[in-house]
Structures are given as C-alpha cells and as structure tokens.
Design a protein around this ligand. Structure first.
Ligand code: SF4
Length: 216
C-alpha cells in the first residue's frame, strides 16, 4: 500500500483528524463514523461482538439464546458469537437488522485503525477486511499529520516486536490490540530522542500513556 497516494483507493480522511476522532471514540466520547459503503467486512469475519451493560436496546433486540457470558469479560458483559460461516447472527441479506440499535462495539469498530498501524486485520478469515485496509488512503494536509502517522506505525512496530520489554510481557499480541494501543500511545514516538531510549523505558512510557484510557 502506498500511504501517500491520493488518487487510488478509498479516502480515509486527514490522518490527524481521523486519529483525534478515533481516540475520542476510545475514550467513549463518540462512535466512529466510517464510510463503509457496501463493505460488511466486520460483520462477516468471525468476530464475537461484545455487548456491554449500556447496550440496552441491542440486548432487547438480540435473541437471548445468542447472548452468553464469556471468559475475559466482566460478569455483566455478554458476547454474541458469529455463525459458523463467520457472519454475525444479526446480519440478514447483507444488512444489519439492528443497525440503529447496534452495540457500542459495532459503533466503535473502524478498520482504518489497521491502515493507520500498517497492519493486516488478521489471517484468511479477515480477508475482506484486509482488502479494505489496503484500499484506505489517508491524506496529510499538514506535516503533523505525517508525523502522527509515522508515530502510530512506529508504536505498532515496537509493540509487535518488543513484547519482552513490557513488564510480564503485558502487551497485546493480536493485530487489533496492537493497533489500538499504538493509536492510544503514539505521542511517545513523537519525542525526538525516543530511538535512543532503552526498550524497557519506551515500554514503560507506552504503558503510562495508555493509562488515560483505562477507565473504559
Ligand atoms: S450487530 Fe450489526 S453491525 Fe454489529 S457485527 Fe452484527 S450485523 Fe454487524
């Protein structure tokens, strides 16, 4: 993918503006506004959908038999598994039947995060999303847009390749966790001397920068 190309692919927006919006959505201040078009990649790629306590309308519309508690989630959180073919049980005729009342998880999902981090969404089960990720093209109206994108990519590369630098290897291993953490903590990689700092110190700075999102 050529992130500098303005002519090919699907416009993903100005990078800095997108990043600010994505971070606001991680802080619970807004959902993502993704120009999905006809793409239903995230609804057909085998994701389990986390249903939080405040998703009352979604809970009322999703058949109870589809909602189960899952390991790793808080007791009052539920999850809805995908069908065996990877599609969400709420998807019919390629449309979400509860779109207006879809859970926060779906409102927040934004596959541009993978383009931002320079990562694929996953393996062959995420092929549709991976294709979309390759099509996104951010724009860079200012130098700080470019610097921010370079910092997000540097953060993602560090998290993916330097897990042993984190205390107890406490860093995400999957592409979603890595990309999200990179967007949360990219400012660490804007520091001019960051390349000279020991890996353990960089990891500590990443964990410190991520704490402001921990209330979620
Ligand atoms: S609930 Fe709707 S938006 Fe969410 S994954 Fe299922 S079909 Fe897609």
């Amino acid at each position: 993918m050529d992130p500098n190309s303005q002519t090919d692919g699907i416009p993903a927006g100005a990078f800095g503006e997108w990043l600010a919006g994505f971070r606001a959505s991680l802080l619970g201040n807004r959902g993502s506004d993704v120009p999905c078009g006809e793409c239903r990649g995230c609804c057909i790629s085998g994701y389990s959908v986390q249903i939080r306590p405040h998703d009352e309308q979604a809970r009322a519309l999703i058949p109870a038999k589809l909602l189960v508690s899952a390991p790793g989630f808080a007791r009052n959180e539920l999850t809805m598994a995908a069908r065996p073919d990877g599609t969400c049980p709420m998807l019919h005729n390629n449309e979400c039947t509860i779109y207006r009342n879809r859970p926060q998880t779906c409102r927040d999902y934004d596959c541009r995060v993978f383009a931002a981090a320079g990562l694929a969404a996953g393996g062959s089960d995420k092929a549709v999303i991976n294709r979309r990720v390759c099509e996104w093209r951010f724009s860079y109206p200012t130098q700080s847009d470019r610097a921010a994108h370079a910092a997000v990519k540097a953060a993602a590369t560090f998290i993916a390749t330097k897990r042993s630098s984190f205390p107890g290897q406490r860093a995400p291993a999957g592409p979603t966790g890595i990309a999200v953490l990179a967007c949360k903590t990219y400012a660490v990689f804007l520091a001019p001397d960051i390349q000279q700092r020991p890996d353990e110190e960089v990891a500590r700075r990443i964990l410190a920068a991520s704490r402001k999102f921990h209330h979620i």
